[in-house]
Structure formats: C-alpha cells, structure tokens
Design a protein around this ligand. Structure first.
Ligand SMILES: Nc1nc2c(c(=O)[nH]1)N[C@H]1C(S)=C(S)[C@@H](COP(=O)(O)OP(=O)(O)OC[C@H]3O[C@@H](n4cnc5c(=O)[nH]c(N)nc54)[C@H](O)[C@@H]3O)O[C@H]1N2
Ligand SMILES: Nc1nc2c(c(=O)[nH]1)N[C@H]1C(S)=C(S)[C@@H](COP(=O)(O)OP(=O)(O)OC[C@H]3O[C@@H](n4cnc5c(=O)[nH]c(N)nc54)[C@H](O)[C@@H]3O)O[C@H]1N2
Ligand code: SF4
Ligand SMILES: [Mo]
Length: 904
C-alpha cells in the first residue's frame, strides 16, 4: 500500500505555505513533510520551521484530558462546569464580567464560533485576541485610509516591483518563504532595489541596496518627509489624488510642518541625509514600489499613524492597486487575517461589520437569531487583563495564546490570572506558563489534527486538513466552544463539522452586502452553499470570492473603489510621535524585542524539534560593542536587564548589527524553559490610543553585567531536576537535554550537589568519570552507562565552560571510544576530531565550525561553493545571510593571517 499524502497548510507564519504531508506511520505520528509544489504561496518551498513540523507532532507535552482544579474529568463535566460558571457570573454581574482572549492561531471556524458566542449570545464584546499585539494598528491604518481592513497586495507584487521598502520587518527570519521570493526576484532582475529600514542590521539586510538604521520609533517622521519630498519634486499622481482620494491638502501641510527639509528628517531619524535622499529619490523615480511593513511599525504607541504615514505616500504617488505596487502589511500569524474576517477583535463585529453601527448590529442579530448582539466595544487586550487584575472581569477563557509570556508587563498579567475567580485555558500543550494558572484545562486538537481554514497575508484562504485523528480526548476548538454555548442554553451552535461553520461564515459575509445596504470588502458568498465534498476539495483562493469573482481577487483598488462612504481613499494627517517612554539617566537603553529565525513565539511547539533549538539556544541580549565596552561586558557573559516593570537575565551577544543605545532581546523564552528569560515582564504596557496595540519595540531599560559565583553546563539523556538556580535555561537536543546554569549562591558541597543533579548515588559512581579542583572551584562529572554517555556536568567558578557541540554529538553514539572517554572531561574532541560548532543550517544540520573549516580547506568564496560541499544553505535558504557573514569572517581571518608577520 502506498503511503497516503495529504495537502494542508503550515501553522506558523502568515505566508501560509502549502504542505504535502505523507503519512509514514500514522499510528505513531510519523509523517514526512514537504512543500506543496502547487500552492501559490510557496510553490513547494518551506522554511526551517515548516520543514521540521514532523518533529512537533508527537505526544510529548500534549494535553490529552480535560482537567478541573488539577483533577482529570470527562468532557461532559468540564463543559458543564465552564457553562455553569460563566452563566452564573453573567447572571450576577452582567455580560461584561466575563471575557475571552483568543488567537490568530485559531482556525477561522474556531474564531467565528468564539466571536458568535461572546458578541452574539453572551452579549458582550469582551473578546479580544493576540492579534491586538500584532496587527491591530495595521487594521486601523487600512480602515482609516480605505474604509475597510483590506490588504491591497499579493506576493506577485513583490516580484513585479522595481523598489521594495522593508520597514520594521525582518522578513528573512519572519516571513522566510516570501523573502526567498524577493531574493529570487532580485537575482533575476538586478535592477530591483531593496531598502531595509530597521534600527538593527538584520539578516534581511543581506539583499539590501540600502539600510537605514533608523532611531527607534521615528518612522512617521521619515514617511512624512517622503510625502513632502514627493510634493516638492512634482512626483505626485495628481490625477489619482483628484479622482480617488480626499484630505490631501491638510495631510501634506501636516507632513511639511514636521518634516520640512531633508536634513531635519535625517537628523530626527538618526541617519545620513545622503541615505534619506537616496530612499526618497528611488521612491519618487520608480513607478512600481511596494512598502512592506510589520512589527517595527505596528508595535508602537503611534503604530496606526505610522501605517497611515506609509499609506499616504502610496496614495499620493498612485502606487497602489497596480501590479508591483502598494502598502503591504505583513500579517504575522497563520490566521490573523481570518480573525479579522470574523471580527475577532473587541472593537469589531463579524464579517467586516461594526459594533457601533446599529444597522450592522441589527443585521448580525437577524442573521444569528439573537437580540443580544453587543453594540459597543469590549476590552482590548491590555485593558482586558487590567480588568481581570481589578476583578471587574471575573472569568476569562484563553484559547490558543500564551499571554503570561507574550503580553507587555507580563508579570502583572500573571498576577491578574493568579487572583482571577475562573481561568479556563484551551491549548494543545500541557505545560505552558498560562496553562499553569488554569482552573480548567481543555485539551484542543493541534495542527495535524485540526480541520478547517486559514487566511494568509495576501487574503488567500487555504485548508488545514487533518493528518491524524485527535489524540487522547483532544477536541477541535470550535467543538469545545459550541458545546459550552449549548450548555449555556443558546441556539445556533449545532455544528457537526467545520464545513458547517465555514458555510455560515460565508453566508454572513454576503448577507445584505450590496449597493443597497452598503458594500463590505470581505465577501466570500460564493461559498455560502458549500458542501462537505467541495469544502474538502477547496483550493487556495483570495477573497473576495463572489458570484462575479468566482476565482477570487488577486488585487484590490485597481481603479479606486475604496470602501469609504464616498468611495474615496482618505489621506490622514500625521504628527510624528516618538516612543512614549524615552530612555533616561536611570534607564539608558531602548529595549527592542522580536523574533529569531527558528523559534515560534512562546516555543510550545518549535522547542519540541531539537533541530530548531541549536541556532540560538539561550535568551540573549544583543548589544553594540561600544556599549558593551562601557559596561564592562564580555562576549557570552551574562547580563541583567531591568525596566520599571520587571527584570530578566540573558546571555550577552556583542554585535555591530545593533545600534548604540539600543538592545535587542528575543520574545520567545518562557518559565518552562528558562528561570528568568521572559522579556515580556520588562515591556512597557503603553498602547496606541487608536488601536490599543502595545509598544513592544521600545521600553527604557537598565543593562548591567550579572556576575555569577559559578556557571555550569549539564547534558543528560533524562531531564534533570534543577530547582532554585538563578540562571537556568533548558534546551531539548537530539536524544538529550541541555542545561545552562549559573548562580550567585555558593555551592558548599560541589560534588554532592552535582551528583544529586544527575541522580547519581554511590553505587552509580562506579560508572562515573570525575575531575575535581576544589581550590579553583572546578568540578566535572560524567556518567557512562553500558558504553554510552548518559550525562555530564561541568561546573566552574572562573574558567570557561566547554562549548557543547562535540559533547552533544556524543549522545548520538552507541558506544564511546576509549579516546572519547579520555577526552570527555576536558570537553574537547580528541586530537584529529572536530567540533561542529553551533548549528547554522538547520535543514542539513551543519555547524559553524564545519563551515569555517570547509571554507578554509577548499578556499571557498561563495555560498554556492559551501552548498556544493556541505549542502548548507540549499534547503530553505534561511541561513544564506549567515553563510555570507561566515565567508566574510573567514576572508578577514585569512587576510589577517597573511598580513601578520611570522615571528621567530
Ligand atoms: N521565525 C519566526 N517567524 C515568525 C514569528 C515567530 O515567532 N518566529 N512570528 C510571526 C508573527 S505573529 C509576526 S507578527 C511576524 C513579525 O515579523 P517582524 O515584524 O518582521 O518581526 P519582529 O522581529 O517582531 O520585528 C521586526 C523588526 O522591527 C524592528 N524594529 C524595532 N523597532 C523599530 C522601529 O522603531 N522602526 C523600524 N523601522 N523597525 C523597528 C526590529 O529590530 C525587528 O528587526 O513574524 C511572524 N513570523
Ligand atoms: N515582547 C514582545 N512581545 C510580543 C511580541 C513582540 O514582538 N515582542 N509580539 C506579539 C505578537 S505579534 C504576537 S502574534 C504574540 C504571540 O504570542 P502568543 O499567542 O502568546 O504565542 P504562541 O506561543 O503562539 O501561543 C499560542 C498558544 O496556542 C497553543 N496552540 C497552538 N495551536 C493551537 C490550537 O489549535 N488550539 C489551541 N487551543 N491552542 C493551540 C500553543 O501551544 C501556544 O500555547 O506575541 C506578542 N508579544
Ligand atoms: S514561511 Fe515557514 S513558517 Fe511561514 S508558512 Fe512558510 S513554512 Fe511556515
Ligand atoms: Mo504576531
């Protein structure tokens, strides 16, 4: 029998890549993953995260049973309990005393039902989503300009553009397959110009013709400057402005007032006038320009205004609605767009309708058969958790998001949940920082079991199809929500399958959506009668999908046709504002936070794939060499970061990619994997007044060296028991666990402490190798069972710890050689053997040292050469920028060697 192959969609980023999954051994969840060659989002390509999905579908750390107060219960008890408690609180305190906090990682069907229950039947709009932290400013930007939350562009525009401006977007790491498309477009059309605007020099700069290392938060000034420049150089599209837009004059006046001349703009943005002039001239002189923007723009106290400052420039030059043009907000999550369609945010109603529009509320009420539809905005994420903290919200149901990690002022969120009357959490994973605070735990099906649709960042709806039946008692989110709704006594939740919900959602999108009632952008009414067979066969398609556009719609606003009452796009006058909290004498650095190449958010799934953990195994703080020198930092030392809201510890990474005065910390680490690595605890809870989106990219912090008394590296086949260690990071490897430890308390009995960590009693000492230098504070211990390395621990007070690469590799060996055993406690490979170093290429598992050695041996001077020798860089391509850096480093090292006169 040939193995079954199933087409589905990647559950990570908004690129929305199609996947072809081949079931090898379905019972044991063994599946082969490759890109779907036919899917228009990726044409067969995947990045490191998508390609390793097969390593994340085991039952490791899955939540498989419902629980109430730590006791396993059956579904009926759990659902009845949730329904009764929610009903009772609503009866006593009103509908606004309860809330849902949901996620752009729900499927559209899950999202639709959650929104319907809260806004339609409980009668409150207290349902907000992690998209608040992500896309809400982009939504305000589009709605203010176009009258609808509609992304005008698609991926082909990236290929057809003459200039792509990537602003506040680390596309290379965060939307890797879209980035590969841009890279290839540039290879085949070298005239294509790429500009990156980011305080950091990221991997995205690898293909940039120009990088503006902008002062944090100053983007609106830059784009106001651009608008002024377009007007002054007669680069406006007067015809487009006159026929399709309004409010141009006040907008230009506002832009001029803030950004009168180029030198002023350059000084304000902290970049050279030459570079600003270059960007402006390219923008003005090219017809086809796409401005791609993401969290460097959205996650700001004035993110909405920044979005409109960008859109203003595209409207003014008519660079919109045509191939190769447009302001292109890159959605982060796989279904952030789907959430916007169903109205998952607290300030919108379903299917692009508004809570504060009585006709919309009435229409949705008639459609749903409810007279309780909410008619005013609910609490936005930060307000929502504030209300939980104050006891105004007494019950919260969190689905598919991990707010104890990802919210700003995250320690406050944690405290709020600790004192909340009822916390219900639906997740596919058993141990998360948020799940740890749940009174009721509901096991959801995860990717590989879920069945429904998602919409990617170019409005393309794709199917996620199940590969396996649900594990344990896990159930789809839509099922869990509908069951609670029914037990609360509400009609209209009798869905049998996700297709039933999709059909209803499609019908609502077309309901009274016409010129008589007012046209709404989101319309997929062509699917209003879709049956299960057609749903199962659904091909990727871009909305709107209507009777007129049955094959979907590639691009919007080709000839105006904006969704404002008058059909014209609105310019929005912008007064630039810097970060709300500026750095000061006490908190001298601006903390910037964001993503790493191989991890997804709070790592609940990506950290299950050993391959993805070795690129960046620890939480780091990236800092400029000049700042590091002043603070007395050394590379790979430890630092404490403190803001007015919280503090954390991180490994120091000194790098010129960082600008002086600013530090970067990844958002990913949790309490499950680190003792003090949650950066969210430090992030200020400042929000954009219009969108409510937090300013997660700029918080003033103090940074200082953190000097431990001892440091340790522990590797073990079994998870080790470590408690009370101040700095602790746990990393899953291939067949072992790895711990980085450091503490300031003296370890009185060092050998005893080490043996206890490895669970070694006196009987087991016979299998151990041991090294002790009490005077120096060095101790090393390794256990070899039946010829195999089972654990090793290196502790030091002063010296360096061994690099883990070679030691980790020993866990893959069935029998250690005598030479290896002799070398073991030195932590260094025996003479003639090579440590592979930190993983650079995750697809082919190639380490940094292997690459450097191969470059030297074969005198390589291109990434293609490295690919030919080692395959590195020939998979997903995400490591290409790093390979180039290694080539450059190797070149410099070789030069230095040549120019250093040989002594003696
Ligand atoms: N590998 C990986 N990919 C992901 C995700 C993931 O967790 N891991 N998450 C997905 C999600 S939900 C999202 S929202 C996207 C996010 O995708 P991106 O927005 O591309 O990612 P970030 O790293 O959050 O931030 C982007 C850049 O903004 C820069 N920045 C900070 N401040 C400023 C500023 O003032 N001005 C400008 N111009 N730039 C600034 C940062 O230095 C950073 O390089 O990624 C998606 N893709
Ligand atoms: N400092 C800082 N903070 C940030 C950001 C930043 O750049 N800097 N970025 C923000 C952004 S843009 C985002 S999008 C958020 C993301 O932050 P979160 O949404 O909190 O992060 P995730 O780890 O993606 O959480 C998803 C959870 O859902 C679970 N899950 C996965 N699939 C399913 C499912 O099908 N059903 C259910 N019920 N559960 C499921 C996962 O196991 C995980 O626990 O973080 C925000 N926070
Ligand atoms: S780019 Fe990577 S993470 Fe994003 S959808 Fe494609 S494979 Fe998944
Ligand atoms: Mo996001």
């Amino acid at each position: 029998m040939s193995p079954t192959s199933i087409k589905t969609t990647c559950p990570y980023c908004g690129v929305g890549c199609g996947i072809e999954a081949t079931l090898i051994d379905p019972e044991n969840h063994i599946v082969d993953i490759k890109g779907d060659a036919q899917h228009p989002a990726n044409f067969g390509r995947l990045c490191s995260k998508g390609a390793t999905l097969g390593d994340t579908v085991s039952l490791e750390n899955r939540l498989l049973q419902p629980e109430i107060d730590g006791q396993t219960v059956d579904w009926d008890s759990a659902l009845t309990h949730v329904a009764r408690r929610f009903s009772a609180i609503v009866a006593e305190h009103g509908p606004d005393a309860v809330a849902f906090y949901v996620s752009g990682q729900l499927l559209t069907e899950d999202y639709y039902v959650a929104n319907k229950l809260m806004k339609g039947f409980i009668g409150s709009a207290n349902i907000d989503t992690n998209s608040r932290l992500c896309m809400s400013s982009a939504v305000v930007g589009y709605k203010r300009a176009f009258g609808a939350d509609a992304v005008p562009c698609n991926y082909e525009d990236l290929e057809q553009a003459e200039l792509i401006v990537l602003v506040g977007s680390n596309t290379a790491w965060c939307h890797p397959v879209a980035f590969q498309r841009i890279r290839r477009a540039k290879e085949s059309n070298p005239a294509l110009k790429i500009v990156v605007i980011d305080p950091r020099a990221t991997s995205t700069c690898d293909i940039a013709d120009l990088h503006l290392s902008i002062r944090p938060g100053m983007d609106a000034l830059l784009f106001n400057g651009l608008l002024t420049y377009l007007a002054e150089t007669e680069s406006l599209d007067r015809d487009f402005i006159d026929r399709h837009c309004q409010d141009f004059v006040p907008t230009l006046l506002a832009a001029r007032a803030s950004a009168f001349d180029l030198d002023e703009v350059a000084a304000g943005c902290g970049v050279t006038a030459h570079d600003v002039a270059q960007l402006f001239a390219w923008f003005a002189n090219h017809k086809k320009v796409v401005t791609v923007y993401s969290q460097g723009i959205n996650q700001s106290g004035s993110g909405s205004d920044k979005c409109n400052a960008i859109i203003n420039c595209h409207l003014a030059s008519g660079k919109i609605g045509k191939p190769g043009c447009g302001p292109f907000s890159l959605t982060g999550q796989p279904n952030a767009m789907g959430g916007r369609e169903v109205g998952g945010l607290a300030n919108m109603l379903a299917a692009h309708m508004d809570l504060e529009n009585p006709r919309h509320v009435d229409r949705v009420g008639r459609f749903w058969g409810s007279d309780k539809v909410a008619n005013r905005q609910g609490l936005k994420a930060v307000e929502l958790f504030d209300a939980v903290a104050e006891g105004r919200v007494k019950a919260v149901w969190i689905m598919a998001t991990n707010p104890v990690v990802s919210m700003p002022d995250a320690d406050k969120v944690k405290r709020a949940l600790q004192q909340c009357e009822l916390v219900v959490v639906s997740d596919c994973i058993a141990n998360t920082d948020t799940m740890a605070l749940a009174h009721v735990k509901l096991p959801a099906t995860g990717w590989s079991e879920k069945d429904g649709t998602v919409t990617n960042l170019e409005r393309r709806i794709s199917r996620q199809r199940p590969l396996f039946p649900p594990s344990g008692q896990a159930r789809p989110d839509w099922w869990i929500i509908s069951q609670v709704a029914r037990r609360m006594g509400f009609a209209g939740f009798d869905y049998q399958a996700s297709a039933d919900i999709f059909r209803e959602h499609a019908a609502l999108s077309g309901f009274e959506n016409d010129s008589m009632h007012g046209v709404r952008a989101f319309d997929i009414s062509a699917f209003a009668d879709i049956d299960q067979v057609r749903f199962d066969a659904l091909q990727p398609v871009q909305w709107p999908v209507t009777a007129k556009a049955t094959q979907g719609t590639a691009r919007l606003f080709g000839d105006g046709g904006f969704y404002t009452p008058h059909g014209r796009a609105s310019f929005v006058p912008i007064v630039p504002r810097g970060p709300v909290h500026a750095a000061d004498a006490a908190y001298q650095f601006t903390l910037n936070t964001g993503r790493l190449r191989d991890q997804w958010h709070t790592m609940t799934r990506t950290a299950l794939a050993a391959k993805l953990n070795s690129h960046k195994p620890e939480p780091t703080v990236e800092i400029h060499p000049a700042d590091a020198l002043q603070l007395g930092f050394r590379q790979q030392g430890l630092a404490r970061l403190t803001s007015r809201w919280g503090s954390m510890l991180a490994r120091v990474d000194i790098t010129v990619s960082q600008q002086p005065g600013s530090v970067f910390v990844p958002m990913h680490w949790t309490e499950q994997l680190s003792s003090r690595g949650r950066v969210g605890a430090l992030v200020n809870p400042v929000v954009d007044p219009l969108s409510g989106q937090p300013e997660s990219k700029q918080t003033p912090v103090r940074v200082e060296a953190w000097q431990p008394r001892w440091q340790a590296l522990l590797l073990s086949r079994q998870p080790a028991r470590i408690e009370g260690v101040e700095y602790q990071v746990k990393v899953k490897g291939d067949g072992y666990w790895r711990y980085h430890l450091a503490g300031r308390d003296a370890l009185d009995d060092l050998p005893g402490w080490c043996r206890a960590r490895l669970n070694i009693g006196s009987a087991e000492m016979a299998e151990c190798l041991e090294y002790s230098d009490a005077a120096a504070g060095d101790y090393r211990l390794a256990r070899v069972e039946a010829g195999q390395l089972s654990a090793c621990l290196f502790v030091t007070a002063q010296a360096e710890l061994p690099e883990p690469g070679w030691l980790c590799g020993l866990f893959g060996k069935t029998e250690l050689s005598r030479k290896e055993r002799l070398s073991l406690l030195s932590g260094l490979p025996p003479r003639g053997e090579q440590d592979v170093g930190r993983t650079v290429c995750s697809c082919f598992n190639v380490g940094e040292k292997t690459i450097l050695q191969t470059i030297a041996e074969h005198k390589l001077d291109s990434v293609a050469g490295i690919g030919a020798c080692l395959s590195a860089g020939t998979g997903c391509g995400s490591c290409l920028p790093e390979l180039k850096t290694l080539l450059a480093d190797a070149g410099k090292a070789a030069l230095e060697q040549c120019s250093t006169p040989k002594s003696g």
